[in-house]
Design a protein around this ligand. Structure first.
Ligand code: CP3
Length: 337
């Protein structure tokens, strides 16, 4: 298994974008006119095609496999739907302990294998595939809330009214996600990212009790030498706690300062993180003002340059459907120059 340093050694400026396969691309929209979102996820040929699309258009250094953090839940008896008008619905929360990896997970691992071949044909240099899963807390928010939510009142209530039930659910999810990532690694994923997006809404004590142990469980189940990344939207309050989980990369949101992150991490002698990833505000890319895109990107790069850590340029959260083609191009050109 190549190390993180080896994976990014061909360039001093590796870059990819969270949610890079998706709705801002006309090529993706074209496929979505014919197929529903879940149909694309469940068809390895289509999923690999869509994963490749952003790399055909932009000079990106990583591919992320096209799927969704909620897709593997369908193998465990949970009904997930993405209605045409947007949003998410999740049903059958009590089924969480049932089932085992099945056709949904198989579709993703098959897509990784096809994508490997397609990438080798497209790019002269080796382009790593990022595998991913949702963190147990983030998945549990969808299960307990029944879909998309704003303040997560139901699950936050459960922390205080039935912590035993919630911890069983989190435990079961982290075990399933560890298996899911292992199968992606076996299929060819060379970096993994855990999206614990919605953990950023918790107090620090609750983070330690309901989030950290379950990220740790996933990380410990994986081989030592696979680079492991974590993303939390609103990373700042938890940086000191994240340092000793055993991760290699911390993906930070746009409100989180790279230098403060690096210094806080390294105050913990047990810190394992050697690479920061991020953190341009994705909405910068909705502007057509290319000078502004250049300036914001350069400011971010300048700050990273002053730090003795590895850096993978990315956005501070997923790219939005409104992102502008020329602004994305400018962002990547600025990183590469
Ligand atoms: O390119 C990539 O990054 C790979 C594919 C990917 C998707 N979702 C595809 C997708 C990844 C890595 C995800 C992760 C994901 N999904 C997260 C964590 C990352 C983050 O952005 O915080 C979360 C919280 C989800 C849950 C989810 N799935 C949301 C909030 C949505 C949007 C729902 C809406 O309002 O429409 C989805 C759907 C989804 N996942 C789309 C894509 C491309 C849009 C589907 C479509 O309409 O075509």
């Amino acid at each position: 298994m190549p190390s993180l340093e080896q994976l990014i050694s061909h360039t001093s400026s590796p870059v990819w974008m969270m949610r890079q396969a998706g709705r801002y691309l006309p090529q993706y929209q074209e496929i979505r006119q014919q197929y529903k979102f879940l149909e694309v996820c469940r068809d390895p040929e289509l999923a690999s095609t869509v994963s490749l699309q952003p790399l055909e258009v932009f000079d990106l250094d990583f591919a992320i496999i096209f799927s969704d953090i909620l897709l593997p839940l369908c193998d465990f008896g949970i009904e997930v739907d993405f209605p045409a008008g947007g949003g998410i619905t999740v049903k059958n929360p009590n089924q969480y302990l049932k089932g085992k990896p099945g056709s949904n997970i198989q579709a993703t691992t098959d897509a990784i294998k096809i994508l490997r071949t397609k990438l080798n044909n497209l790019k002269p240099q080796h382009t790593p595939i990022i595998g991913f899963c949702g963190g147990a807390w983030t998945l549990a928010t969808y299960i307990i809330q029944g879909g998309t939510a704003k303040e997560f009142n139901k699950i936050r209530t459960l922390m205080y009214t039935d912590p035993t039930y919630l911890k069983q659910l989190l435990q079961s999810l982290s075990e399933s996600m560890a298996k899911y990532l292992l199968s992606q690694i076996e299929a060819g994923a060379e970096i993994v990212q855990i999206f614990e997006t919605w953990a950023g809404d918790l107090g620090q004590a609750e983070f330690q009790e309901f989030v950290k142990p379950y990220i740790q469980d996933i990380v410990r189940a994986l081989p030592n030498n696979i680079p492991k990344s974590l993303y939390i939207k609103n990373t700042t309050p938890y940086i000191a706690d994240i340092a000793d989980i055993g991760l290699d990369i911390l993906s930070i949101d746009w409100k989180t300062s790279p230098s403060q992150t690096w210094h806080t991490l390294n105050r913990n002698p047990a810190n394992t993180i050697k690479c920061l990833q991020g953190n341009l505000d994705p909405l910068v890319l909705t502007s057509n003002n290319l000078d502004l895109v250049t300036e914001k990107t350069q400011n971010m790069l300048q700050e990273y340059k002053s730090l003795p850590c590895l850096h993978i340029t990315n956005l501070g959260h997923g790219i939005t459907p409104e992102a502008q083609h020329d602004s994305i191009k400018k962002f990547i050109q600025t990183v590469k120059s």
